[in-house]
Design a binder for this molecule. Structure first.
Ligand code: FES
Length: 91
């Protein structure tokens, strides 16, 4: 069972394999904001401190939006990610 650690919230949450990160945030009172929920606005930009390999591959929307937002290689859009293993996230 994957564990997601949210650094700003000081929370670690156990989740089902392939859980959507957006659902995990919304169901656990995580402070990360969402707006479009469609990979377009970069409101949900996160920095993956550990476990990048445990997130689903980048979506086509992320491939367009992340460079436009000036994101680094360690950043993803939370509304586009599913979980395959442990990750540690900042935002
Ligand atoms: S909420 Fe807009 S990109 Fe994720």
């Amino acid at each position: 069972m994957p564990t997601v650690e949210f650094v700003p919230d000081g929370k670690k949450v156990d989740v089902d394999n392939n859980a959507r990160l957006q659902d995990v945030c919304e169901n656990n009172g995580i402070g990360l904001p969402f707006a479009c929920k469609d990979g377009q606005c970069a409101t949900c930009l996160i920095t993956v401190e550990e476990g990048m390999q445990n997130l689903s591959p980048k979506t086509d929307a992320e491939k367009e939006t992340l460079p436009a937002a000036g994101a680094t290689e360690k950043q993803r859009l939370a509304c586009q990610c599913s979980l395959k293993g442990n990750v540690k996230l900042n935002y």
